[in-house]
Ligand binder design. Sequence first.
Ligand code: GLU
Length: 288
Amino acid sequence: MSKPYIGRFAPSPSGLLHFGSLIAALGSYLRARSQNGKWLIRVEDIDPPREVVGASDDILRALEAYGLTWDDEVLYQSTRTEAYLAQIEQLLLKEKAYYCRCTRKMVREMGGSYDRRCFHLSEKLNEGAIRVLNDSPVYQFEDKLKGLVNVPLIFAEEDFIIKRSDGLFAYQLAVVLDDHYQGITEVVRGNDLLDATCRQISLFKILGKDEPDWLHLPLASEKVGFKLSKQNHALPIDINNPQKTFQAALLFLGQPEVELNSDISQMVAQAVLQFELESVPSAHEVLI
Ligand code: GLU
C-alpha cells in the first residue's frame, strides 16, 4: 500500500506572495488535495537579513484569501535550529562534513566548483563555513511532470555548504531535514529549484533518509529568462478580489477555468475536482 500523500508549500518570508509564488502554492495545493492528501505550510525563515517584517503573516493571509487552507500547524524553520545543529554535529563527527574557509573568489578560481581542499588539510579547520562531503553525487532524477531531468555535473558533484560562514544554516540542509521531519511524500515547487534537487537527493542519501518524489512547475516569466520574483519586484497578488487572479493561475497551470463564485472556497473545490497533472505545461517557463 502506498503512503498517504503529504505535500507542502515552503515560502521564504522575504516579501509578499506574487503571481509566481501563487503558482507554486496553488500547484502544490491542487496536487495534494486531488490525491486526498495533506497540505502543509513551512515558513523558511532562516535568513533574518533577507526577511521582511510581517511578510510571513501576510503570506498566510494571502493563502487564506485564495482559499488555500492548510493542515496542521505552520512550521517555522527558525524553531528548528537545534535539529539542524545536531545533524551538523553528527556529520562533523563522522567526517562527512568539514569546515572550509575558502572565499567565493577562491572557488571561482578553482573553476566554479569547490575542489574539497579543506577536507584534505592535515590540520583540520574548526571554524568557517561547513561543507558536506558529497560522496553521493546525483546527476539525474525523475520528475513527475518532466520525466528524467539531468543536472550539470559541476553542480551535482560539489561539496556544498550546509552552514554558512556567517553562522546561518544553508537552505539545502534545512529543506531536506524539514521535508523529512514533516513526512513530505512529494515536493511540488518551481523549476528554479531543479538543480538544487540533485543536492537535496544527495543529502537524503548521505543522511540515510528516504527521498520524496519531485514535481517541478513552470516558472511565470514576463519575458524569456525573467521569472517573476521578489528581486525583479513582482507585484503582490490582490488579496481583496482573488477570483480573477485565481482563474489566471489555473489557466497558467493548464487547468480549465472554474465557475466564478464570490465564495473562493467553492472555486478551489471545483479546481481540485478538475485537476489534471497531465495538462500542466512541462516547459521550463511560461510567459504571462
Ligand atoms: N523557500 C524557498 C523559496 O521560497 C522554496 C523552497 C522549496 O520549495 O523547496 O524559494
